[in-house]
Design a protein around this ligand. Structure first.
Ligand code: CP
Length: 349
């Protein structure tokens, strides 16, 4: 197990865990929403992800998924999610076919999403699907004979991003799962459309006494149903408009991009682009020398006038964004191993 994974359980505990607790709720299951998980599931996922790190970095090799096929179906642009899912599957010895654009499919001839998913689910052992419409990935799962993993459905959810985000918080801050209780996190930017913040807020709500600092322009606030879910689980929230005052109290800062593609009139997004820019001066003034990881699901908008995280922070040791992206591979390897029921093999290696 990687020694960089501070606070996670030891390899011996992991081995015992995998032998004693067969994770039945993963085998053959879809991954559609964080709502399907309990806190205890994070022990299973993250201990296996930590174990996968040496395979992700090719320090060890495995062919455990040799002969298995992943269908990577992306009806919306992606860099990290598509390629890290693909990398994860290859690192486990499997093979991948990709659909990266609807225009290359027979959907342009009128074929439905359901028929497409039913056919592709018959070819592959597991499908990863991204779609611009909320609920569309579930529609695929409802008809596919293979498990379906949600790689982002419109403004809905991005559950595997939330899992790698929490894994990153643990690694960057040296917290164990129990030490996530009491965490204070600032979510900044487009909280209305940002599916990664929706999923991460739901995931953190499985813990105790989380303080959510929600920093967004008034029209882009966190959806009410998610706020109600957080409150009903006993967490505290404060909403504010000002980045400087909001981040000073946070243990983690999670910046997001204005999601222009979700606006009915994309030009409206211009009003908000650049409204929150975290730079070195502001970070050092508000945070000082504390270890407060700066996170972002990426992509960050690097066009003039945007830049949620200024490039003057690129060499800052607390800028976690690229390590965060790298964590997508071991976490997604762990998810494939659980869904395709090969995780127990690693407890014997
Ligand atoms: N974080 C994320 O979803 O990035 P991509 O859109 O590049 O996949």
């Amino acid at each position: 197990m990687s020694i960089r994974v501070k606070g996670l359980i030891s390899f011996c505990e992991f081995t015992l865990l995998m032998v004693k607790r067969v994770p039945m709720n993963f085998k053959g299951s879809n991954i559609l929403s964080i709502d399907q998980y309990e806190r205890q599931d994070m022990v299973t996922i993250f201990s296996l992800a930590a174990f996968m790190e040496c395979y992700a970095q090719r320090k060890k090799r495995t062919r455990v998924l040799e002969g298995a096929l992943l269908g990577n179906i992306f009806f919306e642009p992606s860099t990290r999610t598509r390629v890290s899912f693909e990398t994860a599957f290859y690192r486990l010895g499997g093979s991948v076919f990709n659909i990266a654009d609807k225009t290359g499919t027979s959907m342009v001839k009128g074929e439905s999403l359901e028929d497409t998913a039913r056919v592709l689910g018959g070819y592959a052992d597991v499908l990863v699907v991204r779609h611009p419409k909320e609920g569309s990935v579930k529609r695929c799962a409802d008809v596919s004979s293979s498990p379906v993993i949600n790689a982002g459905d419109g403004s809905g959810e991005h559950p595997t991003q939330a899992l790698l985000d929490l894994y990153t918080i643990m690694k960057e801050s040296g917290r164990s799962l129990d030490q996530i209780d009491g965490l204070s996190i600032a979510f900044v930017g487009d909280l209305k459309h940002g599916r990664t913040v929706h999923s991460l807020a739901k995931l953190l709500s499985l813990f105790k006494n989380i303080h959510f600092i929600l920093i967004s322009p008034n029209p882009l606030v966190m959806p009410q149903e998610i706020i109600q879910q957080l409150q009903s689980r006993g967490h505290t929230l404060e909403e504010c408009r000002d980045l400087a005052s909001g981040i000073g109290k946070a243990d983690v800062i999670y910046m997001t991009r204005i999601q222009q593609e979700r606006f009915s009139n994309p030009e409206d997004a211009e009003r908000y682009r650049g409204c929150y820019c975290l730079n070195k001066g502001l970070y050092e003034k508000q945070v000082g020398s504390k270890n407060v990881p700066i996170m972002h699901p990426l992509p960050r908008d690097s066009r003039p006038g945007a830049l949620e995280i200024d490039q003057d922070l690129d060499d800052h040791p607390n800028l976690a964004i690229f390590r965060q992206a790298n964590n997508g591979v071991p976490v997604r390897m762990a998810l494939f191993a659980l869904v395709l029921d090969v995780a127990d093999i690693f407890s014997r290696t």
